[in-house]
Design a protein around this ligand. Structure first.
Ligand code: F6R
Length: 614
């Protein structure tokens, strides 16, 4: 995580850096800092907490801020050391000639530190980055050249990094390096930009070069040089950036999360647009397997983390049902340290809203080496993961600012419905033809139902208020909504810090039931369909232990209503498509509880939107 930014040109560097950092806040927000170069002097300003605190610090430094045109900046998500000012980046060496910002983790920083201490280096912070600053400065002592110092230092570093470094003796350049952490160089007229991600620079330029792993670059006002691992000067392709300068306004909503929840109808409209033409088979232009190869798929592995993992779990139900291919869904962080079995007949689906999740990237690289076809479902067609894809299914949900994923989850789930239908139709599984026809019709109707649910959400707000003082919750569901229970509980945990756990309803009596009493509300998802009666029985069991019961349902017989303390009704929907509506009720419940408790909904503590460390 963490976001880095660099600027060299004629503009006020501080303004470009602060604007850029504000666009990178989704990567971390526990402290921030910038370094400004002026007449061979480097001025470093840092602040603990949100970026606004740094902006306050800079108000007294107008003179430097107005006259510096080269600088680097950083917004942090702490990995090594507390989120304090001293641990905030930029970091320097003892003589303060070299200044560095870093995204990633240096795995061998302890060994490097011990080595550098022998040369007299003194460390003031608890960070791994400070070790890199000393190391590059130490190499500078040998080479007297920042590029060469960086090239020598990165060869000694194990782990992941994107670096931006400046040196007092070379005040007209920023030297960058990258390995397993994103870094993009934006090209301008008499100016250049460096950033962890496009949103930080998109309002200044539409042209960029992506630095690849093991490359080192020298960025000056009018030139960019890129060197490969062997030190040869090379040319990276100039790419046209895929975004318009994005408005990141809340459009009148109190939080981005609420706005993004309300955008989900349109997200579904966009994804399905043009996909169902008449009675033809669904078209997925970006899916690169031939019909023959699809028929040879022996298994599917879905790899993802967090919310994306839950989307994958919904995908398992639909793909197994309609495409009749066995699907395993696994957390990327578990997948990578196992002898996993995959070959050319295994279809691997990586799901990620950011496309930069380190665990998923590592897992994908591993399985790609085994010859499996890699499908990536992501909201960022420009991401590292997208570049690893054999087939890329971009979901284009639009930029999601709130750290808690909502509309990107919806987009992933809908893409998985489309993929399941596609595989079934390509395999010509005639027995599902009628069901799929109904599902397609329902998918077309879904955006209106989502909007209907959102318009009638007043009672969800009231229920949220009523339950906001509880410290623990259990969410239960069965079948295709089991992942909805997990995702609903995750949303509540993330943004309200209330302990919420999702269970398969049938598992309740195998242990968790011991926790039930009047202080442990149970939220149950019941949809008309095969598991309705079963979940209802599980609700009875919970009620018999005095648990307060909240039902989320599209239908409840009058005789059963009395069982529930509160009910959230969702529009009529088939069991198979119900996760797409149930989750909205749960997102809203989590949102309103957190909002009522006065939590920082869009930037919950300890989290980041892009998890670029393993
Ligand atoms: C929760 C959330 C996270 C992410 C997870 C994976 O709201 O957003 O659980 O889903 O960190 O991130 P991506 O999807 O970017 O790979």
């Amino acid at each position: 995580m963490c976001g880095i930014i660099g600027y060299i040109g004629d503009k006020k560097a501080s303004e470009v850096l602060i604007t850029g950092l504000s666009r990178l806040e989704y990567r971390g927000y526990d402290s921030a800092g910038i370094a400004l170069m002026k007449n061979k002097d480097i001025f470093i300003y840092k602040a603990e907490g949100k970026l606004n605190n740094l902006v306050e610090v800079l108000k007294d430094k107008k003179n430097i801020c107005d006259s510096s045109h080269i600088g680097i900046g950083h917004i942090r998500w702490a990995t090594h050391g507390l989120p304090t000012t001293v641990n905030a980046h930029p970091h320097t060496c003892n003589c303060k000639s070299l200044t560095l910002v870093h995204n990633g983790i240096i795995e061998n920083y302890q060994e490097l530190k011990e080595e550098l201490e022998k040369y007299g280096c003194k460390f003031v912070s608890q960070t791994d980055t400070e070790v890199a600053a000393h190391l590059i400065a130490h190499e500078y002592g040998k080479y007297k050249n920042l590029l060469k110092a960086m090239q020598a230092a990165v060869k000694k570093i194990q782990g992941a990094f994107a670096f931006c470094a400046i040196h007092k003796n070379e005040p007209d350049k920023i030297v960058v390096a990258k390995r397993n952490a994103p870094l993009v160089i934006g090209l301008g007229e008499n100016e250049n930009f460096i950033a962890s991600d496009i949103p930080a620079i998109i309002e200044y330029t539409k042209k960029a070069i992506y630095l690849n792993d093991y490359q080192v670059g020298v960025v000056e006002k009018n030139s960019i040089e890129i060197y490969d691992d062997d030190g040869h000067l090379i040319q990276n392709k100039i790419e046209h950036l895929p975004f318009e300068a994005m408005s990141i306004s809340k459009m009148g909503y109190k939080h981005f999360m609420l706005k993004e929840i309300h955008e989900q109808g349109d997200v579904v409209r966009n994804i399905i647009s043009g996909k169902f033409v008449g009675s033809d088979k669904i078209q997925l232009e970006n899916f690169k397997l031939t019909n023959n190869e699809i028929n040879n798929i022996s298994r599917i592995q879905i790899i993802a983390c967090g919310t994306s993992l839950h989307a994958g779990m919904v995908g398992k139900y639909i793909i197994e049902k309609y495409a009749k291919i066995p699907v395993d869904v696994e957390a990327s962080s578990e997948y990578i340290y196992r002898d996993t079995i995959a070959d050319k007949n295994t279809l691997v689906i990586g799901i990620s809203q950011s496309g930069e999740t380190a665990d998923t990237i590592t897992a994908i690289k591993q399985v790609k080496a085994k010859g499996s076809h890699i499908v990536i479902i992501t909201n960022r067609a420009d991401s590292t993961m997208a570049r690893l894809a054999d087939s890329l299914l971009p979901v284009n949900a639009g930029i999601e600012v709130s750290v808690a994923a909502t509309k990107s989850y919806m987009a992933q789930v809908i893409s998985l419905y489309l993929l399941a239908i596609y595989l079934s139709e390509e395999k010509d599984l005639k027995e599902y033809k009628d069901e799929i026809k109904k599902l397609k019709k329902e998918l077309v109707e879904l955006p209106n139902k989502i909007e209907q649910l959102l318009e009638n959400s007043k009672n969800i707000k009231e229920i949220a208020k009523k339950y906001s003082s509880y410290k623990n919750f259990i969410f239960i569901a069965r079948g295709i909504n089991y992942p909805s229970a997990l995702e609903g509980a995750l949303k509540l945990k993330e943004i309200s810090y209330i302990n919420a756990t999702g269970y398969g309803a049938g598992e309740l009596k195998h242990g968790p039931i011991a926790m039930l009493d009047e202080n442990m509300p149970v939220l149950a998802i019941l949809n008309t369909g095969v598991v309705y009666d079963k979940v209802l029985s599980n609700c009875e069991e919970a009620k018999a232990r005095q648990a307060k019961l909240i039902g989320v349902t599209n239908y409840l017989a009058n005789k059963d209503k009395a069982l529930f303390d509160d009910l959230i009704m969702i529009p009529t929907v088939s069991d198979i498509l119900s996760p797409a509506l149930n989750i909205i009720a749960l997102q809203l419940l989590a949102y309103y509880i957190a909002e009522y408790l006065g939590k920082d909904v869009d930037q919950p503590r300890n989290l980041a939107k892009s998890v670029t460390v393993e």
